[in-house]
Write a protein that binds this ligand. Structure first.
Ligand SMILES: NC(=O)C1=CN([C@@H]2O[C@H](COP(=O)(O)OP(=O)(O)OC[C@H]3O[C@@H](n4cnc5c(N)ncnc54)[C@H](OP(=O)(O)O)[C@@H]3O)[C@@H](O)[C@H]2O)[C@@H](O)CC1
Ligand SMILES: Nc1ncnc2c1ncn2[C@@H]1O[C@H](COP(=O)(O)OP(=O)(O)O)[C@@H](O)[C@H]1O
Ligand SMILES: [K+]
Length: 489
C-alpha cells in the first residue's frame, strides 16, 4: 500500500530514488512533467485554448517549465509566467528547464498576466517546498491566479497550501490537482476541498517498496491493493464458510436501516443473515427480504454467530443495557455504527467492555459525540489515533476519503467513492458489508480495507448512471459488480 510521506520527506525520497535508479534528478522531473502531460492528454481540453503556466524558482517551477515545453509540441499556444525577479537564483533543474524552453513558448513576467484572458492556467509556482506563510509578493501572485476566469490546474499541490497541515491565509483554488508519487496529506482534508478540486495521482515511477525506509502512519488505499486482502473460497465451500451473522438494526419507523444492512450483507456474500428486531416489525424484513431471518430477543449463545453488527436505526433510548449485554456475551470483534456510537458517547463506561479489535464507524457528528467537539481534520485524526491505541479498537472516520484508523496507529485513506454517496442509508450499507466480511473470516483490518474500498466503488458504479439520484439501495445492488471489477471470485 502506498505510504503518504510528509513534505519534508519528499526531498529524501527523491534523492534515494535518484541514487538507487542511477538517474539524474532532472530525469525524475521530466518523468513528473510527462506524467502530468499524459493525464492532460486523457482529458478533452480544447486544443485552441491558450495555456498559461505560472512557474516559481524551485523544482515545482521546474516541473512547470518542462510541462510548458511538452504541451507546446502539440502546437497549442503556451506562455510561461515567471514568478520571480531578475536576480532570483533558480534550483538547478528549474534553470535547466527554463533554458530548454523552445522559442514558440512565450516567456513573460507574472505581472504581464491578464486574468480576463481565456484558456487554462497551470499553477507550478510553489510545491511542497513552501516554508511558513506566503510572502507579500507571493500572495499577490496567488491572488492573480485566483482572479483568472478559466480552469486552474495545480501541479503537485495548489501553491500556498502546506503539504501536511492546515491552510492559514491564501492559496491557489484549483479545479484539479495533479499530485506526484503520492497524495500530499493536506489534499485529503475536507477543509481544503475548495483548493484541491478533483484529485489526480500521477505515477512517476517510484515503487511502493522504495517508501519502506520512511516512517509514516499514513497510507493511501488504491484498487490494486484490494485483491491481496481478500480470502479465497474453494468449490466445496458451503454457506457456513461464508459466515452466519447477526445484525441488530432498525426499530419502529426505522426498519429501512435493518433492510439495507441485511441486504448489503447478503450481497457481500454472507451465508446466513439474521436481523435482531422488534417482533412487531418482523413483516418488514420477511416481506422485503425473503433470504433474511429474524430474532426477537437475545436468547442462546451469541458466539454461534461468526460476526455481529450493531447500531443502524436501533434508537438510543433503551439500547445501553442491550449493548452491555452483547459485549459481555460475545468474544469476537463487533461492528458498531450509528445509534450504537451515540450510546457509547453517552455511556463511556461501556468502552472497556467492547471486544478487542471491534470496528466503530462514526460519521462526523457521531465522532464528536464519542470523542468530543473536534475543530478540524488533523485534530480528528490525532484523537482517533489516541482512541484506537487506548482501547485496542479500530475506527473509521467517514466522509470523502474515509480514514481507516487501526488499533496500531496506522491510518489508511480510501481513494474510492463519490459525492453521490451522501444520501440516507449509505452508512447502513457499509455496516452490512463490514459485518459480512468479518463473518467470512476476515480480520478487522481485511474487513475494513475490502469493505470501505468496495463500498466506495459501489458508490462510483451506482453514481455513474444515477448521479445525484443515487440512493442507498443502488449501492447495495452495485456490490456484486465490485467483485467483477476487482476480479475477486
Ligand atoms: N518526488 C517528488 O515528489 C518530486 C517532486 N518534484 C517537484 O518538486 C517540488 C518541490 O520542489 P522544491 O523542494 O524545490 O520546492 P518548491 O515547492 O518549488 O518551493 C521552493 C520555492 O518556494 C519559495 N518559497 C518557499 N516558501 C515561500 C513562502 N513562504 N513565500 C514565498 N515563496 C516561498 C522558495 O523561494 P525562496 O524562499 O527560496 O526564495 C522557492 O522558490 C514538488 O512540489 C514537485 O512539484 C518533481 O520535480 C520531481 C519529483
Ligand atoms: N462526498 C462523499 N464522498 C465519498 N463518500 C461519501 C461522501 N459522502 C458520504 N460518503 C460515504 O457515505 C457513507 C455515509 O454514511 P452515514 O453518514 O453514516 O450515512 P447514514 O447514517 O445515512 O447511513 C459513508 O461511508 C461515507 O464515507
Ligand atoms: K503548485
Amino acid at each position: 500500500m502506498l505510504k503518504i510521506l510528509s513534505g519534508e520527506q519528499v526531498k529524501a525520497l527523491d534523492a534515494a530514488h535518484v541514487r538507487v535508479q542511477q538517474i539524474q534528478s532532472l530525469q525524475l522531473m521530466e518523468r513528473a512533467a510527462l506524467a502530468f502531460v499524459s493525464w492532460w492528454d486523457s482529458q478533452d481540453f480544447d486544443p485552441s485554448l491558450p495555456v498559461s503556466v505560472f512557474c516559481g524558482s524551485g523544482n515545482n517551477g521546474g516541473d512547470g517549465f518542462a510541462i510548458a515545453r511538452l504541451l507546446s509540441r502539440s502546437g497549442r499556444q503556451v506562455s510561461v509566467f515567471r514568478c520571480f525577479g531578475e536576480s532570483a537564483s533558480l534550483s538547478p533543474d528549474a534553470a535547466a528547464n527554463l533554458e530548454a524552453l523552445p522559442s514558440d513558448v512565450e516567456n513573460l513576467h507574472w505581472t504581464e498576466f491578464d486574468a480576463r484572458s481565456s484558456g487554462v492556467l497551470i499553477d507550478a509556482f510553489l510545491g511542497v517546498g513552501l516554508k511558513g506563510a506566503l510572502r507579500q509578493d507571493a500572495k499577490e501572485m496567488v491572488q492573480a491566479m485566483n482572479a483568472f476566469v478559466g480552469t486552474r490546474i495545480a501541479v503537485d499541490i495548489p501553491s500556498g497550501l502546506p503539504a501536511d497541515g492546515l491552510l492559514e491565509g491564501d492559496c491557489v483554488k484549483a479545479n484539479t490537482t495533479v499530485t506526484f508519487a503520492f497524495p500530499k496529506l493536506s489534499l485529503l482534508f475536507p477543509e481544503h476541498a475548495f483548493a484541491t478540486g478533483a484529485l489526480v495521482l500521477a505515477d512517476i515511477g517510484i515503487s511502493d517498496e522504495e517508501y519502506s525506509s520512511f516512517a509514516s502512519p499514513y497510507f493511501y488505499l488504491r484498487e490494486k491493493d484490494i485483491k491481496g486482502f481478500h480470502r479465497s473460497f474453494h468449490r466445496f465451500s458451503h454457506k457456513g464458510d461464508f459466515g452466519k451473522i447477526l445484525l441488530f438494526a432498525g426499530s419502529k419507523g426505522k426498519m429501512g436501516a435493518a433492510v439495507l444492512c441485511c441486504k448489503s450483507a447478503l450481497r457481500t456474500g454472507s451465508g446466513l443473515v439474521t436481523a435482531l428486531i422488534p417482533e412487531g416489525e418482523r413483516h418488514v424484513i420477511q416481506s422485503s427480504l425473503p433470504e433474511g431471518m429474524c430474532l426477537f430477543d437475545l436468547e442462546g449463545d451469541l458466539n454461534r454467530f461468526d460476526a455481529i453488527g450493531l447500531g443502524p436505526g436501533i434508537g438510543v433510548e433503551d439500547s445501553a443495557k442491550m449493548l452491555a449485554d452483547i459485549f459481555r456475551r460475545y468474544s469476537r470483534p463487533i461492528v458498531l455504527d450509528a445509534d450504537a456510537i451515540t450510546v457509547l458517547g453517552q455511556n463511556p463506561d461501556l468502552l472497556a467492555l467492547i471486544p478487542e479489535g471491534s470496528i466503530l464507524t462514526p460519521h462526523l457528528a457521531e465522532f464528536d459525540r464519542l470523542l468530543g467537539k473536534t475543530e478540524n481534520h488533523p485534530e480528528r485524526l490525532a484523537k482517533a489515533s489516541a482512541f484506537c491505541r487506548q482501547w485496542r479498537l479500530n475506527l473509521l472516520v467517514k466522509g470523502a476519503n474515509s480514514v481507516i484508523c487501526l488499533a496500531d496507529g496506522r491510518q489508511i485513506f480510501n481513494s474510492s467513492g463519490s459525492q453521490y454517496m451522501a444520501t440516507a442509508g449509505a452508512g447502513d450499507v457499509l455496516t452490512g458489508m463490514l459485518t459480512s466480511f468479518l463473518g467470512q473470516g476476515y480480520s478487522p483490518e481485511q474487513a475494513l480495507v475490502c469493505g470501505v474500498y468496495q463500498h466506495g466503488l459501489a458508490g462510483e458504479i451506482a453514481g455513474k448512471s444515477k448521479r445525484r439520484g443515487t440512493i442507498a439501495s443502488d449501492l447495495v445492488e452495485a456490490i456484486p459488480e465490485t467483485y467483477l471489477r476487482l476480479n475477486v471470485s
